[in-house]
Design a protein around this ligand. Structure first.
Ligand code: BES
Ligand code: MN
Ligand code: MN
Length: 462
């Protein structure tokens, strides 16, 4: 019987090639132009789960992209691990900023990845990380090392809000029953500083529209006499933060969970270099809410950010015009106890209340979700910790992340189980950005580590 490291050494090239094939499929869920390859990706994932040894594999149709469900139940009396991941990816644009085409994976060495990294959209988020679980299962089945039951649920709409998965989870509680949920869709501090994600932020995403005059106007004939929606929108957006970078939306902080000084001190022990952080982003200083460190600002504190803003003339040359409308897309990252629906309402009321006479505003909520914090004093976390100790030779640091996977809070509500977030990506892997990549070392380390989680979780659950 081989251990996972030995098995990986023998099958490494195939493991890489299979992932490369998966990355060639442009499964962009946001853009209907990619519908057929997104569906094909679901088929490919389903086939890989069959090949890895699952007994049941289903492609569950939804009004959107299908959910791939698979399981291998070896003994009803043993624990069940439910693996969640997503096969959809973010749009690749702006495509001109990629050094190689986003759906033609290439391997290149980087400072952080001296053994090479696979460059492709979805390499890290989340195809590469999801596929680690498929290969870990292959290893366990092929070597008679699967100690418990396993279920897989891989969706194709994570990047667009998981609306159909939410329905699926609410209506399939028995089928999805499990003892722990395991996800690799986050990151870790560094390859020599393993960490386990213990928190995710919630999200409220809205679009705003400011309307002034009923048509675009000559900016000379009318300029100065009517409200310019773009000027007004800019001013309204600027007023959403005060001079200390606190958010001014009324009631926004009312339910925010404040961390104790002890918890904040503990957080500050995680290795972090502000100098390197600035250097990696080519910025001369960081920026954010007064009274909090960079790591606090991007994890335990809520934020409000404009994601896009448009209106008026943006073509070549100049056009003297006052536009009739201006728009912005705004996201708010939320922390525990903030309710995303309530925050959306608070934002709407506030934004409408600050609109001056002469314009009308419309706020349209998009998707959202609750944040999540996982306790570390339980068998599941301790099993994960032991698994990392085994393969990294170090105890992983618990770390709250700034990103969001809204479905995790719903898992807890509907399936009554905790989630373990074993992420193997790095922040510098450029997820959602041009030149996304995933370290080969990280990919293989994930495959090596995951089977130990199954082993320890099963042993410690007895
Ligand atoms: N995998 C990410 C979330 C993530 C990345 C969490 C790194 C922690 C560390 C996920 O695919 C994602 O992009 N989520 C979206 C929200 C979703 C509703 C579109 C996000 O965080 O913006
Ligand atoms: Mn993801
Ligand atoms: Mn993502």
């Amino acid at each position: 019987m081989k251990n996972s490291k030995e098995y990986i050494a023998e099958h490494k090239d195939r493991f890489l090639n299979e992932l490369i094939e998966l990355l060639k499929l442009p499964s962009v869920s946001a853009d209907p132009a990619f519908a057929s390859s997104t569906k094909e990706t679901a088929e490919t994932v389903a086939q890989s789960l069959r090949d890895a040894g699952c007994d049941t594999v289903e492609i569950c149709e939804t009004p959107g992209y299908p959910i791939v469900y698979a399981d291998k139940i070896i003994d009803k009396n043993l624990p069940t691990v439910l693996v969640y991941g997503h096969y959809d990816v973010q749009p690749a644009d702006p495509i001109e900023l990629w050094d190689s085409p986003p759906f033609e994976p290439v391997i290149k060495k980087t400072d952080k990845h001296p053994d090479g990294a696979i460059f492709a959209r979805g390499a890290c988020d989340d195809k590469g990380q999801m596929y680690m679980h498929v290969k870990a299962l292959e290893y366990m089945v092929a070597n008679d090392r699967l100690p418990c039951n396993v279920k897989f649920m891989i969706e194709g709409e994570e990047e667009v809000g998981s609306a159909n998965l939410a329905w699926y989870v609410e209506h399939n509680q028995e089928k999805l029953a499990n003892d722990v949920i395991l996800i690799s869709d986050t990151g870790m501090i560094a390859n020599d500083i393993p960490s386990i994600t213990t928190g995710l932020r919630g999200l409220s995403y809205v679009e705003v529209e400011v309307t002034g005059p009923n048509r675009d106007l000559h900016s000379g004939l009318y300029g100065g006499a009517v409200a310019n929606p773009i000027n007004v929108l800019s001013k309204m957006i600027a007023s959403l933060h005060d001079e200390n970078n606190h958010i001014t939306v009324k009631g926004f902080y009312d339910k925010v969970e404040e961390l104790s000084q002890l918890e904040r001190d503990k957080m500050a022990e995680a290795p972090f270099s502000l100098e390197n952080y600035k250097k990696a982003l080519d910025i001369d200083d960081v920026y954010g809410e007064k009274g909090y460190t960079t790591n606090e600002r991007n994890s335990i504190r809520p934020t409000l950010d404009v994601n896009g803003i448009w209106g008026g003339y943006t073509g070549e040359g100049a056009k003297t015009v006052i536009a009739s409308k201006a728009y912005a897309k705004i996201s708010m990252r939320l922390v525990p106890n903030q309710d995303w629906k309530e925050i959306t309402e608070l934002f709407k009321a506030h934004f409408e209340s600050i609109a001056p006479a002469g314009v009308t505003v419309k706020v349209t909520p998009h998707h959202g979700g609750q944040g999540y914090v996982t306790p570390i004093d339980n068998v599941a976390y301790q099993a994960a910790e032991k698994a990392y100790e085994q393969t990294f030779g170090k105890t992983p640091i618990p770390q709250r992340s700034g990103g969001s996977i809204p479905i995790v809070a719903l898992f807890e509500k509907e399936l009554k189980s905790k989630t373990i977030l074993m992420g193997f990506g790095l922040d510098s892997d450029a997820i959602h950005s041009p030149n996304e990549h995933f370290g080969i070392w990280n990919y293989l380390k994930g495959i090596e580590t995951i089977p130990y989680f199954y082993q320890y979780f099963t042993e410690m659950s007895k």
